[in-house]
Design a protein. Structure first.
Length: 178
């Protein structure tokens, strides 16, 4: 806020100097119109005018340099602050994304491990052992997919039922027992 006020004060002073310079130029033009008066006044006001002109020129140059320095300084700080904010945002985004991904992956892995643990527990039951035996003998897919010769499927009571029927030759296909 102070920097902006100083910049505004410097710009106001620069504007004031511009107005003073315009007024000085107007006065100089008025002095030129009357040659005789000018020659007479030149001797008396010459020293004062030159001093005032030097002071006004020096002040305007100082004000211009101060405003340019202030603008550069403000732009530098603005750019630096923007860079820091962008870096902080990237870091926070990476951290939050990494944490979220880590937690989700951990939860999914835990769920899969629980499912595999339940499957392993079932595989150790007598039913699981019998299913494993059917699979080893090649009969589990035949039984589960109803693919024996002459077997047919029918929709009953909202489900599909497999019926082993005799084929055209009167043969009925079965499956190997474990």
């Amino acid at each position: 806020m102070t920097d902006e006020r100083e910049l505004d004060d410097g710009l106001a002073a620069f504007d004031q100097l511009g107005r003073e310079m315009a007024e000085t130029n107007r006065l100089l033009r008025a002095v030129r119109t009357d040659q005789a008066t000018r020659n007479q006044q030149e001797h008396t006001l010459s020293a004062e005018m030159q001093t005032a002109l030097k002071q006004a020129t020096g002040a305007s140059q100082k004000a211009l340099q101060a405003s340019q320095t202030e603008i550069r300084s403000n732009l530098l700080w603005t750019g630096f602050t923007s860079l820091l904010i962008a870096l902080a945002g990237c870091g926070a985004g990476y951290y939050l994304g990494h944490q979220s991904g880590w937690e989700q992956g951990h939860a999914e892995g835990y769920q899969k491990a629980r499912n595999q643990e339940a499957a392993a527990n079932w595989a150790n039951t007598p039913s699981g052992q019998r299913a494993y035996g059917l699979d080893r003998r090649g009969s589990l897919d035949l039984l589960a997919l109803c693919q024996g010769n002459g077997w047919t499927t029918e929709r009953q009571k909202g489900g599909t039922v497999c019926f082993p029927n005799a084929d055209a030759r009167g043969n009925v296909t079965g499956w190997y027992l474990p």
